[in-house]
Ligand binder design. Structure first.
Ligand code: GLU
Length: 376
């Protein structure tokens, strides 16, 4: 059974496992942590658990909380060093608070701090899956954040929206609920008169992306609508529903489930687990630009051959993940490349039969095999 409406988030058959992502602006106010509000949300999490649903929390707020404690300006986001220091201070307080409030309902909190690499590397991704599964089986509530104190700019998710979608994928969750300070996706900038909230979105298309504004409304988190849509794309490909909703109300989950206020992104298809992981990868080492014939062949389910490649970008080794895009810049697929970047450059535009002469060793016929690529 798939999630078709917002009320399904509270249905244990449609949604046996839910990821709830809580944005910084909800958790942290001018006076520090918003304890009373969090007590309300934790009561709703406890109710979901009592209904028989597994719940995983992805909690932001470490940087905002730590910045307040250390007296750092720009909410601790003035520099990477500030953000790392703020996160180190804020994370202790944040996990302590979650543990205490969940504990009051007899629930055990379990902290996981993840970096991008933990979910991009296949072995580490499966490792995270095993840990999450074990924790849920043991009855704990995982409370997850990015490991901001050690993550440098290059190896950061940077926003917990995409982290939540990747965690949902790793934990094989049915849905992700992104709670922030916006009601959902509007058909234009919500500040413009006549802007309409979209209740359901079928597929994150170019038209849908054009509706998003980049900045975070509160200026406190790093997300904004752009990163929420990226999260929706990751979820969609993995067959996971995603909801964007406003968490500022007293009982935010009830507002979504009972009043139906929010935007539901229905999953388009369920890619096989490994392909979904590949499609959700955020760091690609380079790209292969293909001609129209190759683009058509890919859409029809074929492998990518050197003959259809017109340019190679970036530096990558054999087995690295690359983007496959058309001349206009639209990314068509992600895939694992059978050749390194220099070899791709040497064989592009050539027939498979020429590879041995060009490279000096027995070739693989495809540059990206159909089993190793996922169409986007
Ligand atoms: N990991 C960041 C924090 O805990 C939040 C990232 C975001 O704003 O999404 O403060």
């Amino acid at each position: 059974m798939q999630i078709a409406r917002l009320s399904d988030l509270a249905d244990k058959t449609a949604c046996p496992r839910l990821v709830v992502k809580v944005g910084s602006s909800l958790l942290v106010g001018k006076e520090g942590a918003r304890r009373a509000w969090l007590e309300g949300l934790v009561a709703e999490i406890a109710a979901a658990r009592a209904r028989g649903q597994d719940v995983i929390v992805v909690s932001s707020g470490a940087i905002a909380l730590g910045a307040a404690k250390l007296g750092l300006d720009k909410g601790g986001r003035g520099s990477l060093a500030d953000a790392q220091a703020a996160a180190a201070v804020g994370q202790i307080a944040l996990s302590g608070l979650w543990a205490e409030l969940l504990g009051a309902h007899g629930l055990t909190a379990a902290q996981l701090l993840l970096t991008l690499e933990d979910l991009e590397d296949r072995r580490r991704y499966l490792n995270a899956t095993a840990t999450l599964t074990r924790l849920l089986d043991a009855g704990a509530v995982p409370v997850i954040n990015e490991n901001d104190s050690v993550a440098t700019q290059e190896i950061r998710f940077g926003d917990n929206d995409r982290l939540a979608a990747r965690v949902a994928q790793a934990a094989r969750a049915s849905a992700v609920l992104l709670l922030s300070d916006v009601d959902g996706l509007f058909d234009r900038n919500p500040r413009e008169p006549g802007a309409q909230l979209l209740p359901v979105v079928h597929g994150v298309t170019a038209e849908v992306r054009a509706m998003a504004t980049g900045e975070s409304a509160s200026g406190m988190g790093s997300g904004g609508m752009t990163s929420k849509l990226q999260a929706a794309e990751i979820a969609e490909l993995a067959g996971i529903a995603l909801v964007i909703a406003n968490g500022t109300a007293e009982a935010p989950v009830a507002r979504v489930v009972e009043q139906g206020i929010g935007t539901l992104f229905v999953p388009r298809r369920r890619a096989r687990a490994r392909k979904a992981w590949l499609g959700g990868r955020l760091r690609l080492k380079g790209s292969l630009v293909v001609d129209a014939g190759a683009a058509r062949a890919l859409a029809g389910g074929s492998s990518l051959l050197a003959a259809g490649i017109v340019a190679v970008e970036g530096t990558f080794a054999r087995g690295d993940a690359v983007a496959i895009r058309d001349g206009a810049g639209t990314v068509l697929a992600n895939g694992l490349c059978e050749y390194d970047a220099a070899e791709c450059a040497a064989i592009l535009g050539r027939q498979s039969g020429d590879h041995a002469a060009l490279l000096g060793y027995a070739p693989r016929p495809a540059v990206v095999h159909r089993d190793q690529l996922v169409l986007l």
